[in-house]
Design a binder for this molecule. Structure first.
Ligand code: 5AD
Ligand code: SF4
Length: 444
């Protein structure tokens, strides 16, 4: 058989990462081996993101560079998969003629067909609105040996006015419970200790299925699986974060004290225009409830600045919410109008420079808050799941606390994949520095 090698580059969120693992599984079946450099590949695939215009620009500039490999060797094939592929369809081919095939988000099983067609010189576009196998491929190629993402719900039905996701990933569809549990049992059997349940809004799990297993039930079922030591989930819509779920999180010791709860804005006017379905006060009340029930829970969020019509006053409300909420970390973005979304055509755009200055103010404020929070952990002993040596210094290892904070500490390779106790010696805005606490080593 001719040499078959694939260079796969993934953009965007964890859902895309999870899809890429599946794609590598499918390609493995056809004899493809994954390589780290595009120059070594006979097949190049970009698994793309469409959430902001920046992601789109980056993808087309990458394609411009990658086509050189095809010019050198015309048998090299280039495919574009994922959310941008789904939203642009055939237009990807006209914008970059070096692309051989376009594969959307919901028909990954079409991939071998598309490759075969391209071998015959035919350009294929597959934009199925369903059809991904719900059962995990046993040969999915996982990017981490320590923690694994498990999709539980696909698509999104919330239609926040700025967001392209409902258009490129379809309506909410819960994955059958038996497949989810089978996948998690398999992972636990392979030694994975940490499982992250994945979806655009995991709290909707079960609401759109006949199985009558809701998200809180799924937490219980996951908790019962031997070998799983830590459970996380992303993303949660604040509107759906109920007392019932908070109490379930508090009750189940394997569920980590960490929650990503995107607020987007602190202004009720903007939240309404975004169609988020909650007010500032509702959000802050949920944080209070979370902290009452789960002491020490770390909360992270997403913020969009420069949404159309956002005034200085609205923005001040976002800053004051950030202060009041006391997030552990946040991801901030300038609003980016996306094709086909309601917010694309809203009046009163915020000029890009104002948005940039606002975003910087958000980051500066959060940096101070994160630093204070992390400094307060100094001297404490935290449980860390060890991921491996860092990039800069191979003697300094990296892992994560239950609160999902990154910790750097002197480590050894036999610690990889294990839970160790680390005494925190320094808190920085984005990580903790510490040392393994040997007095504590018999605890676990
Ligand atoms: N512009 C800017 N940020 C966006 N996000 C989603 N859509 C847009 C957009 N059009 C952000 C939201 C979301 C995160 C994943 O990306 O904050 O929570
Ligand atoms: Fe987009 Fe809103 Fe759905 Fe999140 S909840 S994926 S922001 S539409």
């Amino acid at each position: 058989m001719e040499k078959r090698t694939v260079y796969l580059k993934t953009f965007g969120c964890q859902m895309n990462e999870a899809d890429s693992e599946q794609i590598l599984g499918i390609l493995g079946q056809s004899g493809y081996r994954s390589v780290d450099r595009p120059e070594d590949a006979t097949l190049i695939i970009l698994n793309t993101c469409a959430i902001r215009a920046k992601a789109e620009q980056k993808i087309f500039s990458d394609l411009g560079r990658l086509k050189v490999f095809k010019m050198k060797d015309p048998s090299v094939k280039i495919g574009v998969a994922g959310c941008l592929a789904q939203s642009m369809g055939e237009r990807v081919l006209s914008r970059q003629p070096a692309v051989d095939f376009v594969l959307g988000t919901m028909g990954l099983d079409e991939l071998p067909d598309l490759i075969e067609k391209s071998g015959r010189g035919e350009k294929g576009v597959s934009l199925a609105m369903s059809g991904n196998s719900e059962e995990v491929r046993p040969d999915a190629v996982r990017s981490s040996l320590v923690q694994a993402y498990v999709p539980i719900i696909y698509g999104c039905g919330n239609f926040c006015t700025y967001c392209v996701v409902p258009f490129v990933r379809g309506p909410e569809t819960s994955r059958p419970v038996q497949y989810i549990l089978k996948e998690i049992r398999g992972l636990a059997g392979q030694g994975y200790k940490e499982i992250t349940l994945l979806g655009q809004n995991v709290l909707s799990f079960g609401k759109n299925s006949k199985e009558n297993v809701m998200f809180r039930d799924l937490l219980h079922l996951t908790h019962d699986i031997d070998g799983v030591e830590r459970i996380r989930f992303v993303t949660s819509h604040p509107r759906d974060m109920s007392l019932e779920i908070i109490e379930t999180m508090a009750r189940l010791p394997k569920v980590c004290e960490a929650l990503h709860l995107p607020v987007q804005s602190g202004s009720d006017r903007i939240l309404h225009a975004m169609n988020r379905g909650y007010r500032r006060r509702d959000y802050l009340e949920k944080l209070e409830l979370l902290r009452e029930n789960i002491p020490d829970i770390a909360i992270t969020t997403d913020i969009i600045v420069g949404f159309p019509g956002e005034t200085d006053n609205d923005f001040e409300e976002t800053l004051s919410l950030i202060s009041e909420a006391g997030f552990d970390h946040l991801f901030g973005f300038c609003f980016s109008p996306r094709p086909g979304t309601p917010a694309e055509t809203l009046p009163d755009p915020v000029d890009p420079e104002t948005a940039r200055v606002r975003l910087e103010a958000v980051f500066n404020l959060q940096r101070e808050i994160s630093l204070k929070k992390n400094e307060a952990i100094t001297g404490r002993v935290v449980e860390v799941l060890v991921e491996g040596p860092g990039r800069k210094d191979p003697a300094i290892f990296t892992g994560r606390t239950r609160t999902n904070k990154i910790v750097h500490f002197p480590g050894r390779s036999e610690m990889i994949g294990k839970l160790v106790h680390v005494k925190v010696e320094q808190g920085l805005p984005n990580c903790l520095i510490g040392r393994v606490d040997h007095q504590d080593k018999h605890k676990r």
